[in-house]
Design a protein around this ligand. Structure first.
Ligand SMILES: [Zn+2]
Length: 503
């Protein structure tokens, strides 16, 4: 690709309101442009990297015997009403009416669509197990989109869905995804760790999140250096200290949902003096205990943390509702827990029969009995991964892409006196299968060097009168490499073998 043919130019100054360095560089280097709050266009370079990420994902999903499919962005509301999520999820779910007044939703995820497919297509245990995946746009109307692609409203995900006859089958597919996700992130060049997580709005019985540790993250993780325990703060447990007897109460308005019924109820949480309320634990508890909005239960609900001693007044529920904090003792080994910030880049859920039961996705087993299909769902944020890679791989001058995910492998710069040779090499490199971004613009050398650093392709080749006089082409590795002049005869071999080694 010739840079003179690109629609956009690089930008010198960081756009105002850009709070995250990686996102600032993606904007300045011309990878993305904002269209609306949390909505982006991907320019040519950004789209190239997204395609590389998707290729890696497709390879790893295919290796799990996944079948690639594509489900729609727009769903009939009836599917989401059948699963109950139409009522459970509030304004984050995009809702619209078609011309005939029928309610539709924009995909926030695809559990309902996949369960409906399974209901129609799967009839017998002989058809199981199955795994289907797709890479598709989602819409989640986040009230606070921030940090560019890290928390956007429109985003792209790889999501896959496993269908099994029993829990053992689900466990096998869950573990296979667990391992495949580590391979995907390693190939893309993003360090991650997996933590126990909240099942959240997906529902189900077990979930793990894949976390990229970074100070810009909005999630807090609790890590134990003693035994390796790691969990999202939303679910982290800890050993509660002997407490002095003083308690605090925290009032919390919970929206209780049952089918189409919704009711707000005041929940009073009782905790030890220095403890913090974990709202996620509390909400799940209310859900799990089937505290439902009924006319008879008009009073407040009292929930007492199990770390409180000597509570004599009435309590509706006694359970763990406290948030683990830095320095709290690990529940397994007693060592102090440590907190770190992280961005969630993927999650995997054991859905069990949460969707297949409500949506009627059953199969007939060996004994001719109908049973609900056991489901898992798995997702990686593709556009969020692009943002995290920019966060992980940059320096003061710009982005520094790993070879596997760089939009192009080589940045070829033609300077004064080197134009003709550069055109010849542009063609030769392309013929050899090397992906080249060719800076053929009429611009000063300083502008071209700055742009090459900002865009961050792995290898920079500069052809100029001076390099030719010194015997060839100047080669520089973007990520901390020295420059060297290589003779023209050697160049092609050098570039292809360097790329092969660095990939
Ligand atoms: Zn521990």
């Amino acid at each position: 690709m010739k840079m003179s043919r690109l629609m956009n130019e690089t930008v010198r100054e960081a756009p105002s309101g850009t709070e995250v360095k990686g996102h600032e560089l993606l904007l300045r280097a011309g990878f993305v442009r904002q269209v609306a709050a949390g909505v982006f266009s991907y320019l040519h370079l950004g789209q190239r990297t997204l395609q590389k990420l998707e290729t890696i994902m497709r390879q790893e999903m295919d290796a799990l015997s996944g079948q690639e499919i594509k489900m729609p962005l727009v769903h009939p509301a009836a599917l989401w009403q059948a699963s109950g999520r139409w009522y459970e999820i509030d304004a984050e779910l995009g809702r619209l009416l078609d011309r005939n007044g029928r309610s539709l939703t924009l995909a926030l995820s695809h559990e309902e669509t996949l369960a409906e497919l399974a209901r129609q297509e799967i009839h017998s245990y002989r058809q199981l197990p199955q795994m289907a995946y797709h890479i598709q746009t989602k819409w989640r109307d986040d009230p606070r989109p921030r940090a560019g692609l890290i928390r956007s409203r429109e985003f792209t995900m790889l999501d896959s869905y496993s269908l099994d006859a029993d829990d053992a089958g689900l466990e096998a597919q869950y573990q296979a995804h667990f391992a495949a996700y580590f391979r995907i992130f390693a190939r893309c060049g993003l360090p991650v760790l997996a933590v126990e997580a909240d099942v959240g709005m997906m529902g189900g019985t077990l979930a793990h999140e894949f976390m990229y540790l970074t100070p810009i993250g909005e999630d807090t993780l609790l890590l134990c250096d003693g035994c390796g325990y790691r969990a999202n703060r939303q679910v982290a447990t800890f050993r509660k200290p002997e407490q002095s007897g003083d308690v605090q109460t925290v009032q919390f308005v919970a929206e209780l949902v049952h089918g189409e019924e919704k009711m707000e109820r005041v929940v009073t949480a009782v905790l030890a003096q220095h403890a913090q309320l974990n709202e996620t634990k509390l909400v799940h508890l209310l859900d799990a205990q089937r505290v439902r909005p009924t006319a008879e239960q008009a009073t407040d609900i009292w929930v007492v943390d199990d770390g409180v001693d000597g509570w004599t007044s009435p309590a509706d529920i006694v359970a763990d509702i406290a948030a683990a904090q830095e320095g709290d003792a690990c529940a397994n080994c007693g060592q102090p827990l440590r907190t770190v910030r992280a961005v969630e880049v993927a999650n995997i859920f054991k859905l069990g029969t949460r969707y297949s039961r409500t949506m009627g996705a059953t199969f007939v087993d060996e004994n001719d009995e109908a049973r609900p299909i056991v489901m898992g769902s798995y997702g990686i944020g593709v556009t969020r991964l692009l943002a995290c890679l920019a966060e992980q791989h940059h320096d003061a001058a710009g982005l520094c892409w790993p070879v596997a995910v760089a939009p192009y492998q080589v940045h070829l710069l033609a300077l004064r006196g080197g134009e003709e040779t550069a055109v010849i090499f542009y063609q030769k490199l392309q013929q050899a299968g090397v992906e080249v971004l060719f800076d053929d613009r009429e611009a000063r050398p300083g502008v071209k060097f700055n742009d090459a650093d900002l865009i961050g392709l792995p290898l920079r080749l500069t052809v100029s009168e001076r390099s030719l006089a010194a015997g060839g082409v100047e080669v520089k590795v973007r990520d901390g490499g020295e420059t060297a002049v290589l003779p023209l005869d050697d160049l092609l071999n050098h570039v292809t073998s360097w790329l092969a080694e660095a990939s």
